[in-house]
Design a protein around this ligand. Structure first.
Ligand code: AMP
Length: 111
């Protein structure tokens, strides 16, 4: 069964898109935890970072650079957090790899 993010990638569900190229899509989180809360998602179906392989090296690097560019675009480059939840215990609810870009307020401690 397709994940919600796969449906967004396949244009079967709408999203508030802020970036897209052939490999990556980024859109605003539907339930933002900060004034800026963007999800950066590779189009390749990788369940989470544990499932990534050395084949994904370049893609993972590109995601970090897209995150940095989006942080600048949204005016949070002086303080932002980029995180990925890996597995249910860590709070992962959508099993298609994604990175949360959070900022625009003082962020609390992790965990
Ligand atoms: P995680 O809990 O790390 O798997 O993150 C999943 C995130 O996806 C949560 O922050 C949700 O608010 C967000 N989310 C779920 N459905 C949608 C959607 N249709 N559009 C945008 N964000 C979504």
């Amino acid at each position: 069964m397709k994940t919600i993010f796969q449906k967004i990638i396949d244009n079967e569900l709408p999203c508030d898109k802020v970036f897209e190229n052939d490999r990556i899509i980024a859109f605003k989180d539907i339930a933002p935890q900060a004034p800026v809360h963007i999800l950066i998602v590779p189009k390749k179906a990788i369940a989470n970072i544990s499932q990534a392989t050395s084949e994904d090296k370049e893609l993972l690097g590109e995601i970090l650079l897209v995150a940095s560019d989006l942080a600048k675009k949204f005016g949070i480059e002086s303080g932002f957090r980029l995180l990925t939840n890996n597995g249910e215990t860590a709070g992962q609810t959508v099993f298609h790899l994604h990175f949360h870009l959070l900022g625009g307020k003082r962020l609390g401690p992790l965990g």
